[in-house]
Design a protein around this ligand. Structure first.
Ligand code: KIV
Length: 292
C-alpha cells in the first residue's frame, strides 16, 4: 500500500522506505552533531548532505531525514542567477542561512563562507565567521582551500566554530582554474590535495568536501583520514552532497556526469504553472467553491 503524508495540506505519496516520524532510513532522531558524523564514519554509515537556501526547502529536506544541510554559496548560481559563486555577499549568505536554520530541526546546518570573507587575513576571516554564527545560529562553516588558508581555519576553530574543508574543484577559484574540468588528475595536484586534506584534519576540521576529482583519489583520502569525506563528483566516499535544484531536475541545462536526477521538477512545475495560466484565462479559476 502506498504511504501518503500531508505536507502543507497537500497529499504527498511517499517512498516505501519512508517512516513519517523518522524520515528516510534514519535510525537516530537526535540533532546531528559534528561528533556524530565522525562516529558515523567509524561505524561505516554513509552521510547524506544536500543544499538548501530557504525556509520551506529546509523543512522538506530536514523532514526527509537529511544529515547535513549546506547553505551553499551556490545560492549565487541557483538563487541569484550569477554565472559563478563569487558575487554572493556575506549579508546574502546570512539571509539564506537564517531562513534555513528556522526550517531545520535535526540536520547539521553548515553555511559556506562566501568569496572574499576569509581570504584576506585570519583576523578578518574569524570576524566574519563569528558574525555568521551569531546572526544565523547555524552549526558550522565551510571554507574552500588547503594550506593557503590553514591559519584562518585554525583561528576560526580556536573561536569554537566547527569547520568543514572543501578541496578539489573549489568553485571560488574558477577564475584561476579557467575550467570546470576534473581536478587533480596530475600527480603533483593529487599529492597537494592529499597533504591539504591532512592539514585540514590536523587543524581540527570535522569533515572535508571533495569536489570533482578522480574516484581513486577520493578513496585514498577516505582511507587516510579519520574525519568524513563528502564527495560531489568524486565517486564513492563517506557521504555525498548535491545541489538541490540539480538533483530535483530544476536546472534543465545542467547535466554533468556525476549528477543523478531524482525528479523532473522543471517539467512538473512548468505543467502546473501552465495549467494555472489556462484556468485563470478561461475563468475556470477561481470556482464558486474557491470563493468566499
Ligand atoms: O555551494 C555549494 O553548493 C557547494 C557544494 C557544491 C559542495 O559548495
Amino acid at each position: 500500500m502506498q504511504k501518503i503524508c500531508l505536507f502543507a495540506g497537500i497529499r504527498v505519496p511517499l517512498h516505501e522506505n519512508f517512516d513519517a516520524m523518522a524520515g528516510y532510513l534514519v535510525d537516530d532522531a537526535r540533532k546531528v552533531t559534528t561528533h556524530r558524523l565522525i562516529e558515523m564514519k567509524q561505524q561505516g554509515k554513509k552521510i547524506a548532505m544536500l543544499t538548501a537556501y530557504d525556509y520551506t526547502m529546509a523543512r522538506i529536506v530536514d523532514g526527509a531525514g537529511m544529515d547535513i544541510i549546506l547553505v551553499g554559496d551556490s545560492a549565487s548560481n541557483v538563487m541569484a542567477g550569477s554565472f559563478t559563486t563569487l558575487p554572493v555577499t556575506l549579508d546574502q549568505m546570512i539571509y539564506h542561512a537564517k531562513a534555513v536554520v528556522r526550517g531545520t530541526q535535526r540536520a547539521l546546518v553548515v553555511c559556506d563562507m562566501p568569496f572574499g570573507s576569509y581570504q584576506v587575513n585570519p583576523t578578518e576571516g574569524v570576524t566574519n565567521a563569528i558574525r555568521i554564527m551569531k546572526e544565523t545560529h547555524c552549526d558550522a562553516l565551510k571554507l574552500e582551500g588547503g594550506v593557503e588558508i590553514i591559519d584562518t581555519v585554525r583561528k576560526i576553530l580556536d573561536a569554537g566554530i566547527p569547520v568543514c574543508g572543501h578541496l578539489g574543484l573549489t568553485p571560488q577559484s574558477i577564475n584561476k582554474f579557467g575550467t570546470y574540468a576534473v581536478r587533480a588528475r596530475e600527480e603533483a595536484e593529487a599529492e597537494k590535495l592529499i597533504s591539504d586534506a591532512h592539514a585540514l584534519e590536523e587543524a581540527g576540521c570535522f569533515a572535508i568536501v571533495l569536489e570533482k576529482i578522480p574516484a581513486a583519489l577520493t578513496q585514498r583520502v577516505c582511507k587516510e583520514l579519520r574525519i568524513p569525506v563528502i564527495g560531489i563528483g568524486g565517486g564513492p566516499a563517506d557521504g555525498q552532497v548535491l545541489v538541490i535544484h540539480d538533483m530535483l531536475g530544476m536546472n534543465q541545462g545542467f547535466s554533468p556526469k556525476f549528477l543523478r536526477r531524482y525528479a523532473d521538477l522543471y517539467t512538473v512545475m512548468t505543467d502546473a504553472i501552465g495549467r494555472y495560466i489556462t484556468d485563470v484565462k478561461s475563468c475556470d479559476f477561481p470556482s464558486a467553491d474557491e470563493s468566499y
